[in-house]
Design a protein around this ligand. Structure first.
Ligand SMILES: CCCCC/C=C\C/C=C\C/C=C\C/C=C\C/C=C\CCCCC(=O)SCCNC(=O)CCNC(=O)[C@H](O)C(C)(C)COP(=O)(O)OP(=O)(O)OC[C@H]1O[C@@H](n2cnc3c(N)ncnc32)[C@H](O)[C@@H]1OP(=O)(O)O
Ligand SMILES: Cc1cc2nc3c(=O)[nH]c(=O)nc-3n(C[C@H](O)[C@H](O)[C@H](O)COP(=O)(O)OP(=O)(O)OC[C@H]3O[C@@H](n4cnc5c(N)ncnc54)[C@H](O)[C@@H]3O)c2cc1C
Length: 642
C-alpha cells in the first residue's frame, strides 16, 4: 500500500531508509517538544537543524529529488516551516521557470549551494488577490539602465512573503514595470535585500517580520519597502519577457506566463495537503483504537471508541479523501511538469487547462483537508484539544492553504471562467472543441441515474452521476450569467451576481476530477489485496461524496429518494467493511513518530503514560510555585483573607 501512496516500491523503500537514517541522528531530532518552545526558540532550533542538513543532506537523501527533499523536510524540520521554506518552494522554482539561461547560470548555482537565501515577494499590505493593483513600481531609468523600485505608500509594502522578514537576503519581487511612462503590469525582478556579509538591510530597504500567525510560526513572514532602490536592468527575469537597453519591451508568449511560480505551488501543495490530512487521521485513528469509553453492549467491557459508527463516519470518509487527494495530486504534478517543459520550449497552449485544474483542486482539497483535520481533532475528545495531539498545529498549517497561493473563492472563480467558456462551446454546438477535462459537458446523459439499477456496473454509474450534476450546474450557472448579460447587465456585474452558482459549478467539476483520479488509480492496481482494500475505500468515497452533493441530483429527479437510501446504506456498509483496515490504511503512509510529533498518535499506542510524561515536562512544572502566584495571586488571596 505504501508503494501505491508514494508512487512506487522504490519510493516507499527510500522513505523508510531515510526515516531510519534520521532516527539514528539525534542532532536532527527536536531537542524538546515544539509546543513547549517560544517562537524564537523554534526558529533557532529550525536554523540549527537546517545547517546540519546542508552539511549532511547528501548522506541522507538525493538532494535533486523533490520527493526525498520533501520527506526529509517533514521529518526533520516539520510542518511549521523553516527559515528557508520559501527558498525551495518558490524562489528556486521562480528562477528556474522565469530567469533566462544566462541569469540562471548566475543565480541558480548560488541558490542551490545555499550561498544566498531567497523568497518570493508579491503580496502587499493593500493587495494580494488583485495583482493588477499591486502598487510597488519598477521604473526604468534609460540613462543608467536600471530599474528603480519604489513603495509609494504604506499599502504598497510587501506583506506576507515567507522568510522575507529575517532570513532571506534576496527575493524575486513582483512590481509594476514602467518604461517611458507606460505601465506594462506586474513583472518579477531579482532583488538583493541584505548585505551578503553583514546580513544588514541594504540602504533604501525597509524590512522586518509581520508578527505571530495562526500557525507556520517558524516562518518569518515579512514586510518590505523600497525607497527608490536601484537594480540593474538585467535583474528583470527575462526568460519570457525582455527589456532592451533602449527600453524596448518584448512581450512574453502568454500574458500570464510569469505566474508560473504560483501554479507550481498550487500543483505541488495537493499531495502536501493529503499528507497533513493523513497525519491527523493517523493520530486520531490510532488513538481511537486505544481509547476505551462506554459500552455498545452493556454486558461487554468498554469498547474502543473506533467501534462507534459515529466515530467511523467522522474519520473514514476523510481517509478516503486523503488517498483521493494523494492520487489526484500525483496526476497534477505530472501534468504540471509536462506543461512546464512545454512552456520552456515556447508551447503555452496547455497553460489555461492547467491553471483551471490547479485552481479548482487547490480550493477543494485545502477546504476538505481543513474539515477532515478538524474532525480528527474532535474525534480525540479532550486530548485532541491538547497540543500533545499536535493536530491543532497540523490544522493551522493546512488551513493556511485555503488562503495562500490564491484565496479559495477567487481560485474557484478562475476555474469558473474556464467552465463558462466551455459551456459557451456546448451551447454553440462546438462540443468537439472541448478539452479532455471538460469533454463530458458535451455528452448527453441518461434521463436518470442507473446507480443500483445495473448489477456489477463498478463505478461507471457513479462517475456518470457526478458528471451529470457537474454538467447541469455548469450549464445552469452559465445560463444565468449569459441571461443577465442579454438583459443588459455589464459583464462584471453579471459575473458577480452569479458567482455563488459559478463556484458551485467549480466545486462539482473538481470533485468529479478527484473521483475520476481515484477510479483511474484503482483500475491500474494489479495486486488483488491492495485493490480490494482500495476498492472498499473508493466505494465509501463515491457514496459519501454523492450523498454530500445529493441535492443537485435530486432537484431534477436524476436520483430518486430510493436511490438515495441505497447510497446511504452503502456508506454504512463500507464504514463497517473498512473498520478492520482503518489503522493499517493510515499506518501504510509510514509516518514515523519523529514526523508525527504527537503523543496521542504514537505507533506503540502507549498514550496515557506518555501524556503524563509530556505534561510533567511543561516549563510551567519546573517549579511548584510560579512567580505569577507569588507576585499577584498570593497577595490577592492574603488581602482578601484580612
Ligand atoms: C525546504 C525544502 C522543501 C522542498 C520542497 C520540495 C518540493 C515541494 C514543492 C512545493 C510545495 C509543496 C507544499 C507547500 C508547502 C508549503 C507552502 C508554504 C507557503 C506557501 C507560500 C505561499 C506563497 C504565496 O502565497 S505567493 C502569492 C500568491 N498570490 C496569489 O496566488 C494571487 C492570486 N491572484 C492571481 O493569481 C491573479 O490575480 C488572478 C486572480 C488569477 C487574476 O489575475 P489577473 O492578472 O488580474 O487576471 P486578468 O483578469 O487580467 O486575466 C485573467 C485571465 O488570465 C488567466 N490566468 C490567470 N492566471 C493564469 C495562470 N497562472 N495561467 C494561465 N492563465 C491564467 C485567467 O484564466 C483568465 O483567462 P481568461 O480571460 O478567462 O481567458
Ligand atoms: C501562510 C501564508 C503564507 C503566505 N506566503 C506568501 C509568500 O510567500 N509570498 C507572497 O507574495 N504572499 C504570500 N502570502 C499572501 C497570500 O498569497 C495572500 O494572502 C492570498 O493570495 C490572498 O490575498 P489577500 O490577502 O489579498 O486576500 P483578499 O483578496 O483581500 O481576500 C479577502 C476576501 O475577499 C474575497 N475576494 C477578493 N477578491 C475577490 C474577487 N475578485 N471575487 C470574489 N471575492 C474576492 C476573498 O475571497 C476573501 O474572502 C501568504 C499568505 C499566508 C496566509
Amino acid at each position: 500500500m505504501a508503494a501505491q501512496i508514494w508512487g512506487s516500491e522504490k519510493r516507499a523503500r527510500r522513505r523508510r531508509e531515510i526515516s531510519a537514517k534520521i532516527a539514528q541522528m539525534p542532532e536532527l531530532h527536536d531537542s524538546k517538544p515544539l509546543p513547549f518552545m517560544t517562537r524564537e526558540e523554534k526558529i533557532m532550533e529550525s536554523a540549527r537543524k537546517l545547517t546540519i542538513l546542508t552539511e549532511k543532506m547528501g548522506q541522507i537523501i538525493d538532494p535533486t529529488d523533490p520527493a526525498e527533499l520533501y520527506h526529509l523536510n517533514n521529518e526533520v524540520l516539520g510542518l511549521e516551516g523553516n527559515p528557508m521554506a520559501l527558498h525551495g518552494v518558490m524562489f528556486i522554482p521562480a528562477l528556474s521557470a522565469q530567469a533566462s539561461d544566462e541569469q540562471q547560470a548566475k543565480w541558480l548555482p548560488r541558490a542551490l549551494r545555499r550561498e544566498i537565501i531567497g523568497t518570493y515577494a508579491q503580496t502587499e499590505l493593500g493587495h494580494g488577490t488583485n495583482l493588477q493593483n499591486l502598487e510597488t513600481t519598477a521604473t526604468y531609468d534609460l540613462a543608467t539602465q536600471e530599474f528603480v523600485l519604489h513603495t509609494p505608500q504604506i499599502t504598497a509594502l510587501k506583506w506576507w512573503p515567507g522568510n522575507l522578514g529575517k532570513s532571506s537576503n534576496y527575493a524575486v519581487v513582483v512590481a509594476h514595470m514602467i518604461i517611458k511612462a507606460k505601465n506594462y503590469g506586474p513583472h518579477p525582478f531579482m532583488v538583493q535585500l541584505r548585505d551578503e556579509k553583514t546580513h544588514e538591510p541594504l540602504p533604501g530597504i525597509t524590512i522586518g517580520d509581520i508578527g505571530p500567525k495562526m500557525a507556520y510560526n517558524i516562518v518569518d513572514n515579512g514586510f518590505l519597502g523600497f525607497n527608490k532602490y536601484r537594480i540593474p536592468r538585467t535583474n528583470l527575469l527575462m526568460r519570457h519577457t525582455k527589456v532592451e537597453a533602449d527600453g524596448t519591451y518584448i512581450k512574453p508568449p502568454h500574458a500570464k506566463i510569469n505566474y508560473s511560480a504560483m501554479v507550481h505551488v498550487r500543483a505541488y501543495m495537493l499531495t502536501g495537503q493529503a499528507i497533513m490530512l493523513a497525519s491527523a487521521l493517523n493520530i486520531a485513528t490510532r488513538y481511537s483504537s486505544v481509547r476505551r469509553q462506554g459500552q455498545i453492549d452493556k454486558s461487554q467491557p468498554e469498547v474502543k471508541v473506533l467501534e462507534y459508527q459515529t466515530q467511523q463516519h467522522r474519520l473514514f470518509p476523510s481517509i478516503a479523501r486523503a488517498y483521493a487527494f494523494q492520487f489526484a495530486g500525483a496526476e497534477t504534478v505530472k501534468l504540471y511538469e509536462h506543461v512546464l517543459k512545454e512552456m520552456k520550449s515556447g508551447n503555452v497552449s496547455l497553460m489555461a487547462d492547467l491553471h483551471a485544474l490547479t485552481s479548482g483542486l487547490k480550493s477543494v482539497v485545502t477546504y476538505q483537508t481543513g474539515e477532515g483535520i478538524e474532525q480528527a481533532r474532535m474525534a480525540c475528545g479532550g486530548h485532541g484539544y491538547s497540543m500533545a495531539s499536535y493536530i491543532s498545529e497540523i490544522y493551522g498549517v493546512a488551513i493556511g492553504g485555503c488562503t495562500y497561493e490564491g484565496e479559495n473563492m477567487v481560485m474557484l472563480l478562475q476555474l469558473a471562467r474556464y467552465l463558462v467558456k466551455s459551456a459557451a462551446l456546448v451551447k454553440s454546438g462546438q462540443s468537439s472543441k472541448l478539452g479532455p477535462l471538460v469533454a463530458y459537458l458535451g455528452v448527453k446523459s441518461e434521463p436518470t441515474s442507473l446507480i443500483d439499477r445495473i448489477p456489477n456496473s463498478g463505478f461507471t454509474e457513479y462517475v456518470k452521476t457526478f458528471q451529470h450534476v457537474s454538467k447541469r450546474q455548469t450549464l445552469k450557472a452559465a445560463d444565468m450569467f449569459f441571461g443577465l448579460m442579454e438583459k443588459g447587465e455589464k459583464r462584471e456585474i453579471a459575473w458577480n451576481k452569479c458567482s455563488v452558482e459559478l463556484n458551485r459549478a467549480s466545486r462539482l467539476h473538481t470533485r468529479l476530477f478527484i473521483v475520476e483520479a481515484f477510479v483511474r488509480r484503482v483500475n491500474e492496481i494489479a495486486d488483488i489485496r491492495i485493490k480490494e482494500a482500495l476498492t472498499d475505500l473508493l466505494h465509501l468515497h463515491v457514496n459519501y461524496e454523492l450523498l454530500d452533493i445529493a441535492s443537485y441530483a435530486l432537484e431534477d429527479g436524476f436520483l430518486s429518494a430510493s436511490q438515495l437510501d441505497y447510497i446511504r446504506d452503502q456508506v454504512y456498509l463500507y464504514l463497517g467493511k473498512i473498520r478492520p483496515n482503518a489503522v493499517s490504511l493510515l499506518d501504510s503512509w509510514e509516518f514515523s513518530d519523529i514526523e508525527l510529533r504527537s503523543v496521542l498518535g504514537r505507533r506503540d499506542g502507549n498514550v496515557y503514560e506518555n501524556l503524563f510524561k509530556w505534561a510533567k515536562s511543561s516549563p510551567l512544572n519546573k517549579t511548584d510555585v510560579l512567580s505569577s502566584v507569588t507576585q499577584y495571586l498570593k497577595p490577592m488571596m492574603e488581602k482578601a483573607r484580612l
